[in-house]
Write a protein that binds this ligand. Structure first.
Ligand code: MG
Length: 188
């Protein structure tokens, strides 16, 4: 999946305009590495930009990319569409296309990096090819949820202290429905 991630307030705080004062938002670096290792394309999605004059010290976008790189996170795309998605634009696109957007200015506030990783895990578990279905065919079966993951969600659902996200609920419902169909077939 393509995961678009804001920088200031989401990955780091107190880093603008002076990046040397930046502090990591708890678990942001570990989470970005986790998402990349899981095969997702992380795109930096930020208001930061570099001053067009290379000699000008206000190279705010490069500052953020260097800060990340120093911590072992190298991002291929910043405020840009991943190459595999270029066919979707007429060359004037300003919004970065993504399957998921991660930002501290979300409605409801930033949920924290553990929740972000759980959400992306769940969303990609129900997608067959690494992308969330954009144009779903109502006659098609929903993507299969792996048994082990379905059981894990039910276990967590039963444990009242561990709330499931909306996507996880959706994955669990799909898994339960599939189980029900198997049982019905067996009964007939
Ligand atoms: Mg922000």
């Amino acid at each position: 999946m393509i995961v678009a991630v804001d920088f200031d307030g989401t990955i780091a705080v107190d880093g603008f305009p002076d990046i040397s004062a930046a502090r990591e938002v708890p678990d942001s670096i570990a989470a970005l590495k986790y998402l990349q290792e899981a095969g997702h394309t992380v795109v930096l999605w930020t208001c930061r930009e570099d001053h067009p004059d290379d000699d000008d010290p206000r190279q705010y976008l490069s500052d953020a990319l260097h800060w990340l790189s120093e911590r072992g996170v190298d991002l291929e795309y910043a405020n840009a569409l991943p190459a595999e998605e270029e066919f979707r634009t007429f060359g004037r696109r300003t919004k970065v296309y993504a399957d998921v957007y991660v930002d501290d200015r979300n409605i409801g506030g930033f949920p924290g990096w553990h929740q972000v990783c759980a959400y992306v895990d769940a969303a990609s578990a129900v997608a067959e090819d690494g992308h969330i279905e954009r144009e779903s065919d109502p006659t098609e079966e929903p993507p299969a949820v792996p048994d082990e993951y379905g059981r894990e969600l039910v276990r967590r659902y039963s444990d009242k202290d561990d709330a499931l996200s909306v996507t996880e609920m959706w994955a669990m419902s799909n898994w339960l429905l599939a189980r029900l169909k198997i049982l019905e077939k067996g009964a007939n």
